[in-house]
Design a binder for this molecule. Structure first.
Ligand SMILES: CC(C)(COP(=O)(O)OP(=O)(O)OC[C@H]1O[C@@H](n2cnc3c(N)ncnc32)[C@H](O)[C@@H]1OP(=O)(O)O)[C@@H](O)C(=O)NCCC(=O)NCCS
Length: 168
């Protein structure tokens, strides 16, 4: 068993998180549609978390949340990602622990919804469903089957529409 703790992200982890993203996603990460949203503005450290070893220093995993809106309605919500766990430590529950903590934190601050681009079989246990095709666009190509939403308030999905963009 790997012992780990989930902590709010701080600047002390910036370079380790960048290394983790390079390891997990390679140079192609800079061309992803979600990256194009995230480069419009900073993520919210208060809703972003790291998994660290028991010594409190070694980074094992990371998840980030960025405030966004959809152009059609201006409804403010969150974009989840990147989510990544260090090679050699996958399959030990770290990713799920990061997901639980970040979705709970989003709910606690009253975020109405969370979007992400990822594999539905991994994310559906946390409440993510496929977005209705064509309803929301990202600033780059996205496989519609991987464009997911978690509604944290009733009837919020119908209110979304148009291009996703960063919103502070
Ligand atoms: C995806 C990732 C974050 C999962 O983290 P993790 O700590 O390895 O996952 P956990 O230990 O919490 O969960 C493992 C379970 O998820 C499943 N799983 C892992 N990746 C999956 C995927 N892409 N699709 C479906 N299921 C997946 C495993 O099969 C395992 O299933 P089990 O519990 O039934 O045995 C990690 O594998 C990773 O960093 N991958 C590379 C980066 C990446 O793809 N990030 C997601 C971008 S959308």
């Amino acid at each position: 068993m790997t012992a780990f703790t989930i902590l709010p992200e701080t600047g002390a982890f910036d370079s380790a998180i960048e290394d983790l993203h390079a390891e997990a996603f390679g140079p192609g990460r800079f061309t992803r549609a979600a990256f194009r949203v995230r480069e419009q503005g900073p993520h919210d450290r208060g809703l972003s978390f790291v998994a660290v070893a028991q010594d409190g220093e070694k980074l094992l995993g990371s998840v980030r949340m960025t405030w966004i809106e959809t152009a059609g309605t201006g409804a403010r919500g969150l974009l989840l990602g990147p989510l990544a766990v260090k090679d050699g430590l996958k399959g030990k529950g770290i990713g799920k622990a990061l997901m639980r903590r970040s979705v709970d934190a989003a709910r606690d601050v009253g975020a109405p919804y969370i979007l992400l681009v990822g594999d539905k079989p991994y994310y559906w246990p946390f409440g993510f469903e496929t977005l209705p095709r064509g309803q929301v666009q990202m600033p780059g190509p996205v496989d519609p089957a991987r464009f997911l939403v978690c509604a944290l308030q009733p009837d919020v999905v119908e209110t979304l529409g148009g291009m996703v963009r960063w919103r502070g």
